[in-house]
Write a protein that binds this ligand. Structure first.
Ligand code: ADP
Ligand code: MG
Length: 697
């Protein structure tokens, strides 16, 4: 059904085909419906005026009434600029323009009062504003709105008079025309319970607020709505799945009992026990499990996985574990093979470098059921890999896998979708987990095995390098091993490699007495593996590497992690890297090396690392610094396409909206009652623009 909001923007007053084309291209906005959701990103208080002698440097934006004294163009070529001197009764200051000089110069009429608006900066003793907005005082006085909306725009649009003000003009026409057409999307009881203003009013007020209080309520209402529909969709998905997808009943525990009595090398932590219980409850429920296990690095997720594998096998099913890299898959294989051997269970490894002949054997024994456990990389997703009865699929380090790949796993068992356990060491704040994994159950291992000494983290500047080297030497002489990690610079792999190689050489020179390994992404898998193994066996004392060692790698004797150019790493990545040490009984250390000059964000990251070992705390800071989309990488960002709500700041609204969505689904699971009609209509209209999951991987 065609609605008013599907109308192309070229039919809007003041737009037309040419401007419309530009807006399509620059803002990806095509219809009335999309344009009306182009919300201001801030508002300027135009009720306040400053005198020139009241200016300070920390003022964001100021509005000044002043007259023009003089204006001249100075400099040549690139440095050419227009400088105007303005004055009021308290003093004088400058205005500067680098572009559009010819156009501006005509507007600078001396003697009449103008309103200037912009960010003041201090040069020497004088204040200056670059590219101020300006308007004759008489025109400015006609402005009706207290709060001027500021719209996102682009350089190209600005040059075609579609600056914030231009957009605001168009928006005025649109909002007026659209107002009678805007339909309520939330049920009356939700509006009442959460004290929300009607949709209509919210849209009008967010563009043209009457006063700050109403603006606040408009923003709240629109954020709430956005979260509400997002959560409704996720909860509905979950509901459909638990209703529809039957699960294989995996409720036998003989193997587990034997393992637990005779072979388990340590007592499980309370948190591990709890998570095993949660998973087991799902596995024997007859419904398919989709559970995320969050646990900080070193919290012992692998053992939980193995226990689930044992339950699956006892119950007559097969299990697989998929890791994101070959190194990790190798390591899981090596670790789990020890346990499997103790239990007399067959286990195999399948990666990109598995030989053809070995592959064939694996394929056959999976089909016949002789092989109960398969460990591997993406290679095990290939269609040719078929099981007799895959009952349990475990995915390590989920954030590297997409939804599409999860779906491929599901297809591995035509009778029952396998139970899925996803393990991640990236602690995700609750708000984010609710969004990203809203359709998964969540278990948290929030406890480390006893006897771990907290890693000591320090921040050192490059000039302290000699001292750092002295520390490294001392640790190695005491029998420890050391990681030295270099950042990956995405834009330039060659620069990246050179950086690493230079580092490697200087380490070899500094420590001629110790064997040094090097591992990076450009090496062949076999070579990488070979070097890793040398380090694992203790033959080399220092491992120089890029972030390929980021996830999972486990060398208990390695107790020192040196991170070079630590300012270049994200916070969660630093935390992941640090998690490579602190796995044995010895005191471990993490040394963050940086240059002296650091941005504010870099400082916060480093201070956070030094202050805490708690992954959840770190994730919270990270979320605040980077925003959620970035935190999870582009993989899942489809879900993060929030227009106005912000996962890092609006957690309380998210929780309310989720409650509301849950309540509605409880009372009306199919959304078939009359009071849900508006909700259903909104979902349908959103569906038209829905993201295509199969394209996200
Ligand atoms: P992660 O959660 O990071 O994957 P791992 O499963 O690799 O952690 O476990 C880290 C280390 O801790 C391993 O060497 C493992 O054997 C050990 N471990 C796991 N659980 C316990 C426990 N309950 N008590 C003692 N050590 C444990
Ligand atoms: Mg692990």
């Amino acid at each position: 059904m065609f609605s008013f909001f599907d109308t192309k923007i070229e039919f809007l007053k003041g737009v037309g085909p040419q401007k419309a084309a530009l807006i399509n291209k620059e803002l990806n906005i095509f219809t009335f419906g999309e344009l009306i959701q182009h919300y201001p990103f801030r508002y300027e208080d135009r009720t306040q005026f400053f005198k020139i002698n009241e200016l300070t440097e920390d003022l964001e934006h100021v509005q000044i009434v002043a007259k023009i004294r003089s204006a001249e163009t100075i400099g040549e070529g690139q440095r050419k600029r227009l400088v105007a001197t303005i004055f009021d009764e308290t003093g004088e200051m400058e205005l500067t323009w680098f572009k559009g000089i010819q156009y501006v110069v005509k507007k600078l009429v001396p003697g009449i009062p103008f309103v200037f608006f912009g960010k003041p900066n201090k040069y020497g003793r004088k204040f200056s504003i670059a590219h101020p907005e300006m308007e004759a005082l008489s025109a400015a006085q006609e402005e009706k709105s207290f709060f001027q909306p500021v719209y996102p725009t682009t350089e190209k649009l600005r040059s075609r008079f579609l600056d914030s003000k231009g957009i605001s003009k168009i928006m005025e026409g649109l909002v007026t025309a659209a107002f009678p057409q805007i339909q309520e999307t939330l049920p009356g009881e939700v509006l009442q319970r959460f004290n929300l203003i009607p949709k209509k009013d919210a849209v009008k007020e967010i563009h043209f607020p009457e006063n700050p209080e109403v603006l606040k309520r408009a923003i709240f209402r629109l954020k709430f709505e956005e979260f509400f529909f997002m959560q409704l969709r996720l909860l509905k998905l979950k509901l459909t799945r638990t209703e529809k997808s039957q699960g294989q009943i995996l409720n036998q525990t003989e193997l587990l009992n034997v393992f637990y009595k005779e072979h388990i090398p340590f007592e499980l932590t309370e948190a591990q026990k709890r998570v095993v219980r949660e998973a087991y409850a799902d596995m024997k429920s007859g419904k398919q499990m989709n559970r995320l296990i969050q646990g900080d690095v070193g919290s012992g997720k692998t053992m939980v996985a193995f226990i689930c594998i044992l339950i699956a096998i006892s119950s007559g099913a097969q299990a697989c574990l998929m890791a994101p890299t070959e190194i990790l898959a190798n390591q899981h294989y090596a670790g789990l093979k020890e346990y499997a051997d103790l239990m007399g269970l067959n286990i195999a490894l399948l990666t990109g470098s598995t030989k053809k002949s070995a592959r064939k054997v694996i394929h056959e024994s999976l089909l016949s059921g002789e092989l109960p456990i398969l460990i591997g990389t993406h290679a095990l997703l290939e269609d040719i890999v078929q099981f007799r009865n895959l009952g349990m699929a475990i995915v390590d380090e989920q954030h590297r896998f997409g939804v599409a790949q999860r779906a491929k796993l599901w297809a591995k068992n035509p009778r029952f979708i396998p139970h899925v356990l996803v393990m991640t060491a990236t602690p995700i704040p609750r708000t984010l987990a609710m969004t990203l994994y809203g359709d998964l159950e969540i278990s948290v291992i929030d406890e480390l095995p006893v006897g771990r000494k907290p890693i000591q983290t320090v921040h050192r500047y490059d000039k302290d390098r000699l001292k750092v080297f002295g520390f490294i030497r001392k640790q190695i002489l005491e029998g420890r091993q050391v990681y030295i990690v270099y950042p990956l610079i995405e834009e330039s792999e060659t620069l990246d490699l050179k950086n690493l190689m230079d580092g490697f050489e200087s380490i070899c020179r500094a420590f001629p007495e110790f064997p040094v390994s090097i591992v990076h992404g450009k090496m062949k898998p076999q070579d990488k593996n070979f070097e890793m193994q040398r380090f694992v066996k203790g033959e080399t004392k220092i491992m120089v590497a890029t972030t390929v060692i980021e996830v999972g790698v486990n060398v208990q004797n390695a107790s020192v992690m040196v991170i070079e150019n630590a300012e270049r790493f994200g916070l969660s990545q630093l935390h992941q890297l640090r998690g490579r040490v602190g796995r044995g009984a010895d005191q471990s250390y993490c040394l963050l090396m940086t240059k002296y000059e650091l941005s504010k964000d870099s400082r916060i990251r480093l201070e956070t690392m030094v202050r805490t070992n708690n992954g959840f705390e770190i994730a919270d800071v990270d979320l605040k610094l980077r925003g959620p989309g970035d935190l999870m990488g582009t993989q899942q960002s489809g879900l993060m396409d929030l227009l106005i709500a912000d996962l890092s700041k609006d957690a309380p609204i998210l929780t309310m909206a989720r409650d509301a969505a849950q309540l509605l689904l409880q009372e009306d699971p199919d959304l078939s009652q009359p009071r849900s009609a508006m909700v259903l209509r909104q979902i349908r209209s959103q569906k038209k623009h829905e993201i295509n999951w199969s394209r996200i991987s």
